[in-house]
Design a protein around this ligand. Structure first.
Ligand code: SF4
Ligand code: SF4
Length: 474
């Protein structure tokens, strides 16, 4: 309640929103930068190259959504095989748990598309606008023709790469040669055009502008990765015992680094300047750290220059840094129960996955019972049930099949006409069939389990089986 005679308090507005500061990562070379570029090369060779790879006269990797066929090298999958996709997702999650427990955000630092595309976009940026200082200067400068030229060159490069990425992405869903033909003849249809532009726009926005904000604010992995690591996970660590108190070195200390007693961090801030997320690793492990190891590379170079041992910033465990353990001692703790558990689960599931894909039947039979007629009496008192069979040919060769039923004495399977039926390659055939039981079968009323068998004729002569239920009326 307002007190009329109380003195008016000055109003102070505390802003809850802070504008994002643009990060200008400095270029870096070194061991880990080489690993990152190797991963960029491998992942992009796969991504851009895979649609062009042919297998059995068709695209090796194609997710034909319209036809409901997914081709993965020699494997043909249908929407009914969704279980394999689910298994792959579970395997990927387990692999992420495993690698995070061993060595933190390896995925983020080296293979995540966000990191890989940001790396490529930064490469274009450096070659058009220059390194960190030049880019900062350019952004401060007023607009001029040279500035406009550099900006246009950068955005032109980004757009070209984004469009190539959008095209390659859509080529996993529409045969690449057909898509390329449409692009060349400027006759790309509306939906493919939309998806190429959509994916290109997402690449342009994410790798060109959002960059580290995607890792800091949007990606859920950054939030829960701290639950996956423990004090024995290898993470990018700053060795504060060696580095502090930080500060520039005198010329005398530089000439006799081992005896000067000065701490190793010369506070050059290069580790902050190369950081793609703009953090200072000397403040300890932070959610924003994507584990790219750029700070290790640059700090090692600084250590070389000042004559101190490398590794002031290094891959180390929290226990290792606290206890000043040797690398061998730290690695000995990597195989701890959590890692063994994730590793065993990953191995077991991978083997089960490979085995089930290898053992997968060439034919899948779905038995659909006629809902109009549960069971009826026909002819001289035979009991008849009606079904529709869906025969899914999971191969790229025709299947010639002979059908029969089993499970009850005297049970007969009737098709309308042909002795055997043929299912075309990579296709689904449907066939109405009747199962008939002789009048003197003497079965109790109710549901009885039966099997429908399809024997492949010729070649492997394999038999495929599906379960069904036969109803006997009262
Ligand atoms: S790069 Fe190394 S020496 Fe330079 S500030 Fe970072 S930790 Fe200190
Ligand atoms: S702190 Fe180091 S490892 Fe982490 S994101 Fe920055 S540069 Fe990469």
């Amino acid at each position: 309640m307002t007190q009329p005679d109380s003195p008016a308090l000055p109003r102070r507005v505390i802003p809850l929103y802070a504008a994002e500061t643009k990060v200008y990562p400095r270029s870096v070379t070194g061991r880990f930068a080489n690993w990152r570029w190797l991963m960029v090369a491998l992942t992009q060779l796969f991504f851009y190259g895979m649609p062009w790879l042919q297998w059995n006269g068709r695209q090796a990797l194609l997710f034909d959504l319209e036809a409901g066929r997914f081709y993965v090298l020699g494997l043909l999958l249908y929407p009914q095989d969704f279980i394999y996709l689910a298994a792959l997702l579970v395997l990927s999650a387990l692999a992420l748990f495993f690698f995070t427990a061993v060595a933190g955000r390896l995925w983020c630092g080296y293979s995540c598309p966000q990191t890989v595309y940001t790396e490529m976009f930064l490469w274009i940026e450096r070659h058009t606008e220059g390194d960190r200082q030049a880019r900062m200067r350019l952004d401060r400068e007023p607009w001029s023709w040279p500035k406009m030229g550099r900006k246009c060159a950068k955005h032109g490069g980004w757009l070209a790469l984004s469009l190539l990425t959008g095209f390659s992405f859509v080529a996993y869903f529409i045969p690449v040669r057909e898509l390329a033909g449409q692009v060349m003849s400027l006759s790309l249809q509306a939906w493919p055009l939309f998806w190429v532009l959509f994916y290109a726009g997402a690449t342009y926005g994410n790798a060109g502008f959002l960059r580290e904000q995607m890792c800091k604010y949007i990606c859920p992995y950054a939030r829960f990765q701290s639950a996956l690591i423990d004090a024995d996970s290898l993470i990018i660590s700053y060795d504060a015992r060696r580095g502090e108190p930080r500060g520039a070195r005198s010329r005398k200390q530089e000439l006799a680094p081992q005896t000067s007693g000065a701490a190793d961090c010369v506070d050059c801030t290069l580790c902050v300047q190369v950081c793609p997320t703009g953090i200072d690793i000397r403040n300890g492990l932070q959610n924003e750290c994507i584990g790219c190891a750029a700070c290790i590379d640059v700090c090692d170079q600084v250590m070389d220059k000042v004559g101190a041992p490398r590794g002031l910033i290094r891959y180390a465990t929290e226990n290792g840094i606290t206890g000043q353990w040797s690398r061998k001692q730290m690695l000995a703790r990597v195989l701890r129960p959590r890692v063994l558990l994730y590793g065993a689960a990953l191995m077991a599931l991978s083997l089960a996955f490979v085995f089930s894909v290898y053992q997968r039947d060439a034919l899948l039979i779905n038995v659909i019972k006629d809902r109009q007629v549960m069971a009826r009496q026909v002819g001289e008192g035979e009991i008849e049930n009606i079904y529709r069979l869906q025969l899914i040919n999971r191969t790229e060769r025709p299947l010639q099949l002979r059908l029969r039923a089993d499970g009850l004495p005297g049970l007969q399977l009737l098709t309308q006409g042909a002795e055997s039926i043929s299912v075309a390659p990579s296709s689904i055939g449907t066939l109405p069939v009747q199962l008939r039981l002789p009048p003197n079968a003497g079965l109790a009323s109710g549901a009885h389990p039966v099997q429908i068998e399809a024997q492949e004729l010729g070649g492997g002569a394999k038999t495929f089986t599906a379960k069904a239920v036969f109803f006997v009326p009262r």
